[in-house]
Design a protein around this ligand. Sequence first.
Ligand code: MN
Length: 193
Amino acid sequence: MFQLPKLEFEYNALEPYIDARTMEIHYTKHHQTYVDNLNAVVEKYPDIASLSIQELLTTVMTTAIPDTDKLKIKNFGGGHANHSFFWSILGNKKIPNQVLIKRITESFDSLDNFKNLFTQHALSLFGSGWVWLVENKEKALEIYTLPNQDSPYLQGHTPLLGLDLWEHAYYLTYQNKRKDYVANWWNILTELP
Ligand code: MN
């Protein structure tokens, strides 16, 4: 059975950039629902129920389970993986760390250029989804958006940074102003030079 990971910070720890009520609802309602719905599907398949969420998402599309349940695992499992990763980023505030910053600088010329590209992708996404920095199968860094709760693990990529662009992530504070939410997200990553 999958479980909600322990949150390593208080709901109000990210204010004023992410408000406490948004954090509480996001974690206790949205994320919990992904976990509950995921468990309801995988309990039908003992062979995959014991996989890690990363293993599950990396392999699910090629397993011999019905397409309707594959889709549920993609959505709910992606929701669980994405949010668990997001909390870990917001919790330690040390991502990107120095090693990652070096790789980002090498891949995108400069940290500022990377932040601009990442922001452009975030603002270009239509509807709900996430913007990702990933390591692809060739071990190269890539920035892209994915719709809904699609996880980079589905295509064998490793997420290095991810930002939730669903309105539930920012609406109470920012309403329609996704641009301000994205700009303020950089302020949470306090270790950035
Ligand atoms: Mn979310």
